[in-house]
Design a protein. Structure first.
Ligand code: FES
Ligand code: CO
Length: 334
């Protein structure tokens, strides 16, 4: 049984496409060990377990678009069907039960997304939408995956928190001399939460040119959010898709796609390094938060109007019934 029945049916980002090549890669998703490997049909995701004697398939190799178990060489095709058992004499049929467990897997925006359980009741939620990735006026950088020793909902909420910019990222994304956040709303729009534009006054690019940058946050899914930052004085837009992989309740990998419509000829390294500096600043804070789990009871912790995005996030997790990495004490069941 997968640890969280809501997240099990959701698309979870598990890797960047560019990091999945010829060799199988093991990944832990919600405490499940899975293996990712590439075939001519794209990236496949299987439970990292051979039905014969339980060896990790990730120790094997990919041959003829099949994954071959390292222990006795059973060979599984992209559907998970065992197509060869080397020990069986010629002509003997392979038992139909000889299968690997294949998960739904998609590649989108250079990210590999996996669902641990098929949602039988409906067609399920689609992979989160990120249209800037396809827009030729924009260029996307995949920030280095970053591991935080923190619960995934704490990590996502930190991304949705405009108030910390002036403090944690003083001089980088905000300015401690201008910490005020004017009132704003958060609205439900087409299956997601969208904030109003939130002005943040800062020396946005370190050039000494102060400007007001307008932030719009969107909560797309429990583990995926996005952000659009607009500088209306020069129409520079920077968008981010922020999606996390909960390995377990205390360990989370962050994947961040940073997409811009300016400085297109500037090396991507600049944006990758910038994002790394930002998340390094966040890491110590997020890893310090207690309780480690995000409290979903809105009476727990204190909220300001400026925290409306976080409040919407906590409420939504509670409504959806997400329990993983969350403290549900005091939350009323619907
Ligand atoms: Fe995989 Fe035997 S354990 S083939
Ligand atoms: Co931050």
């Amino acid at each position: 049984m997968i640890k969280d029945q809501v997240l099990a049916k959701d698309w979870i980002s598990v890797a960047y496409s560019q990091d999945i090549g010829a060799d199988p890669v093991p990944v832990t998703v919600l405490e499940e060990r899975i293996v990712l490997f590439r075939t001519s049909k794209g990236v496949q995701a299987f439970k990292d377990l051979c039905i014969h004697r339980g060896a990790a398939l990730s120790l094997g190799k990919v041959v003829d678009d099949c994954i071959v178990c390292p222990y006795h060489g059973w060979k599984y095709d992209t559907e998970g069907k065992c197509v060869r058992i080397p020990q069986q004499p010629e002509g003997q049929t392979i038992p139909p039960k000889a299968r690997a467990i294949a998960y739904p897997c998609e590649e989108r925006y250079g990210v590999v997304w996996v669902k641990l359980e098929e949602d039988a009741s409906e067609s399920g939620t689609p992979v989160p939408f990120y249209e800037e990735y396809e827009d030729p006026a924009f260029r996307t950088v995949h920030a280095e995956p970053y591991i935080l020793h923190a619960a995934a909902p704490r990590v996502v909420e930190n991304f949705l928190d405009a108030s910390h910019l002036a403090f944690v990222h003083d001089g980088l994304l905000g300015d401690s001399a201008f910490p005020e956040i004017p009132d704003y709303g958060v609205n439900w729009k087409e299956n997601r939460y969208v904030s109003d534009e939130i002005p943040v006054y800062a020396d946005a690019d370190g050039s000494g040119n102060y400007a007001t940058i307008y932030y719009t946050f969107e909560i797309l899914r429990p583990m995926t959010a996005r952000l659009k930052k607009v500088n209306y004085t020069n129409n520079q837009i920077l968008s981010m898709l922020f999606t996390v992989l909960p390995h377990d309740e205390r360990k989370t990998t962050v994947f961040a796609l940073v997409t811009r419509n300016y400085a297109l000829d500037q090396p991507d390294e600049y944006f990758r390094d910038f994002q790394k500096r930002v998340i390094e600043q966040d890491a110590g804070i997020v890893e310090s938060q207690k309780p480690e789990e995000l409290p979903l009871d809105l009476q727990a912790e204190l909220h300001l109007k400026a925290d409306r995005v976080s409040i919407a996030y906590r409420r939504w997790l509670g409504e959806l019934g997400v329990t993983y990495g969350s403290d549900v004490t005091g939350v009323k069941k619907k």
